[in-house]
Design a protein around this ligand. Structure first.
Ligand code: ADP
Length: 191
């Protein structure tokens, strides 16, 4: 069982590298951002609530995202492993994930932390906004999201460092080179 957290600031390439990880290792992808966006698209109550936070670049409350993750893990007892993308984003979420994995007889394999400079993050997100039209990829919301990342999410790195699970990956360069660094870490876990 491989349970991988792909960690990093908004725009660090978590989604892109997740897709490559799934392709190679056959993991089940859990992206809280994608899950929340599909709730918004479906016009559910949860989607409406989530949108009110996301459009401002704020985090959706912990109990909502934790509940979503718990359900997904329980619904997939046969998964060969999970890749958590965009979750956990707070210390409370990190602790909840630890517990739910344990309750399901699993543990965390590794946290891959994609390290990218701020200047490049902002450039990538602005570009993504032009292409995908994602409503939170505009300059004002991007700045709010980066601030939220440094205040609430980045402290998780110390938490995982303390558990000896953190692996820093240089997140700048070609997609293939970044993935090669990821493969070296993940292959080392399998052998
Ligand atoms: P990015 O990593 O580029 O910011 P995501 O798609 O992962 O994009 O997240 C978009 C937004 O969805 C976040 O800014 C936040 O409002 C909300 N969100 C996603 N995951 C979480 C989470 N684990 N906890 C709280 N809010 C979340």
């Amino acid at each position: 069982m491989l349970n991988i957290i792909i960690f990093g600031a908004p725009g660090s390439g978590k989604g892109t590298q997740s897709l490559k990880l799934i392709e190679k290792y056959g993991l089940k992808h859990i992206s809280t951002g994608d899950l929340l966006r599909s709730e918004i698209k479906a016009g559910t109550d949860l989607g409406r609530l989530a949108e009110s936070y996301m459009s401002q670049g704020k985090l959706v409350p912990d109990d909502i995202v934790i509940g979503m993750i718990e359900n997904l893990i329980k619904e997939h007892p046969d998964a060969t492993g999970f890749i958590f993308d965009g979750f956990p984003r707070t210390l409370a979420q990190g602790k909840a994930l630890y517990e739910v994995l344990e309750q399901n007889g699993q543990d965390l394999s590794v946290v891959l932390s994609l390290e990218v400079e701020d200047k490049e993050l902002v450039e990538r997100l602005l570009k993504r906004g032009e292409i995908s039209g994602r409503s939170d990829d505009n300059r004002e919301t991007i700045e709010a999201r980066l601030q939220v990342y440094y205040d609430q999410t980045a402290p998780l790195k110390d938490y995982y460092q303390g558990k000896r699970k953190l692996e820093k990956i240089k997140g700048q360069g070609s997609i293939e080179d970044i993935f090669a660094s990821i493969e070296r870490v993940v292959d080392g876990l399998i052998e």
